[in-house]
Design a binder for this molecule. Structure first.
Ligand code: FAD
Length: 423
């Protein structure tokens, strides 16, 4: 990370070694003024075996962080899906089954990659002395000299000049920074399956995976995505279902089960597609199902003194078009550019303030667009879905992916930092 024996490097503790934490540490591993230590609660980095999607904005953000990060995608076996077709498949009196919402032919290609492989390749060149597993942070306290003390569940402790919380929406730093005023309301579950491609194609027939694209079906209370990755060797199927009573903590031991899934997709108009997708979800499921959460209101700040949050720790919520990972990468783009400027720990407050000001408006605008989709698809306002409203809401999230200049975004954040640091 940095040659040993160099004094006075600014020490940053990064908590959470999944997408956001791993990219941040990789991005700054050669920065001479920084010493980054990555702490992960789990037994290894990139433990969760799932497919993640990196859209055009995420790809550009990765390239802006460092062009070598694009080869990480390639080396981790990412596949590129050329387009996405979205349809409403609810039974309804006013719209026909399989009403098209959008067919984004070639406009919004997406890379799909196995999360565990991506993190493995990302962290490969990072010295093992900087990587710590089995280190679950349980408290953070300010120290007298302006830094912070971190305490871990195993009874150990560590010092850092600052903490970057990348520990997801159930992590410790989110509570530390945001407090109990910003609860994330439990909302439902996500069922996922990764199925070898031959098996999936045999089962699906003409229903899906016949073209190099992602297929999305949605109805009142649910949304299903299907596509391929692993260089076309594996199919992923992700089915989100929202609880009838949000906020009631749900039993995640509920595994993929045909009776339950039939109930969850009860409004699905096309029975052949529904039954086939349920069969696919029952083959090689990832268990237990993944919890879905909603933020109840916009976040006031991503920082608290020398602690800041990135990724899902900053802004959880639904990502109905799969652009969540792009948002985590954009957080890292802005924060890593700012941290790379640091010469002394006293500059950390200005860095975090600039990160918060530069990043929060864009991230929250994206979140709000997803909240609109939540409302249309999931609120109990009658059985029908308005295709026009959905088209508009998805157009907003797609617009945030397209035609956004990451280099300019980064330069604006640096300009803001210079202004704040010199004021
Ligand atoms: C409900 C939901 C569904 C999603 N579905 C998809 C999808 O289908 N496809 C897709 O592309 N993206 C999906 N995403 C988005 C994707 O999962 C996120 O973009 C990404 O995982 C977030 O990365 P992260 O690094 O911010 O946090 P996380 O992936 O949540 O990682 C947090 C890490 O911090 C560690 N940790 C937690 N607490 C502590 C602690 N106290 N101390 C130390 N370490 C700790 C955890 O073990 C974990 O490794 C979904 C997100 C959500 C919320």
């Amino acid at each position: 990370m940095v040659a040993s024996g160099v004094e006075k490097r600014v020490r940053i503790a990064v908590v959470g070694g999944e997408l956001a934490g791993a990219i941040l540490v990789r991005a700054l591993m050669n920065c001479p003024n920084l010493d980054l230590q990555l702490y992960e609660a789990g037994a290894e980095f990139g433990e969760e075996d799932t497919a993640i999607e990196i859209g055009v904005a995420g790809e550009e953000a990765l390239q802006t962080i460092g062009s070598e990060l694009l080869s990480v995608l390639e080396n981790a076996g990412a596949s590129s899906l050329k387009s996405t077709r979205m349809v409403i498949s609810n039974t309804s009196t006013s719209i026909s089954v399989d009403t098209e919402i959008s067919d984004l032919a070639n406009d919004l290609p997406v890379h799909v990659v196995r999360k565990s492989s991506f993190i493995d390749v990302l962290l490969e060149p990072v010295p093992s002395a900087n990587l710590h597993t089995h280190r679950s942070v349980i408290s953070i306290h300010p120290s007298k000299n302006g830094g912070v003390h971190l305490h871990f569940q195993d009874g150990t402790a560590s010092y850092a000049d600052a903490v970057v919380g990348a520990d997801g929406f159930q992590g410790y730093t989110r509570q530390h920074v945001l407090g109990s005023d910003y609860p994330a309301l439990s909302a439902g579950r996500e069922y996922r399956a990764l199925v070898p491609i031959e098996e999936a194609r045999k089962l699906l027939g003409a229903i899906g995976l016949t073209e190099n694209r992602q297929y999305t079906w949605m109805g009142k209370g649910w949304l299903v995505r299907l596509g391929t990755f692993d260089r076309d060797r594996t199919a992923f199927c992700i089915a989100s279902h929202i609880d009838e009573k949000p906020g009631v903590s749900h039993d995640l031991r509920q595994t993929n089960d045909r009776t339950f899934l039939e109930k969850a997709f009860k409004g699905w108009g096309n029975q052949v597609v529904k039954n086939t997708i349920i069969s696919l979800l029952l083959q090689h499921p990832i268990t237990p199902p993944f919890p879905l959460y909603h933020h109840t209101h916009p976040i006031a700040s991503y920082i608290k003194s020398r602690v800041c949050v990135v990724g899902e720790a900053a802004n959880t919520g639904s990502h109905w078009d799969g652009s969540g990972p792009s948002q985590e990468i954009e957080d890292v783009l802005v924060l890593s550019a700012l941290l790379a400027e640091i010469r002394e720990s006293t500059e950390l407050e200005a860095v975090f303030k600039s990160y918060d000001e530069a990043r929060r408006p864009r991230r929250q605008a994206y979140s709000q667009a997803n909240v609109m989709i939540d409302a249309i698809l999931f609120e109990k306002t009658g059985a029908n879905i308005d295709p026009e409203q959905l088209r508009e809401a998805f157009a907003t999230t797609h617009a945030s992916e397209q035609n956004f200049e990451m280099e300019k975004y980064k330069l604006e954040a640096l300009k803001l930092y210079n202004k704040i640091n010199n004021s």
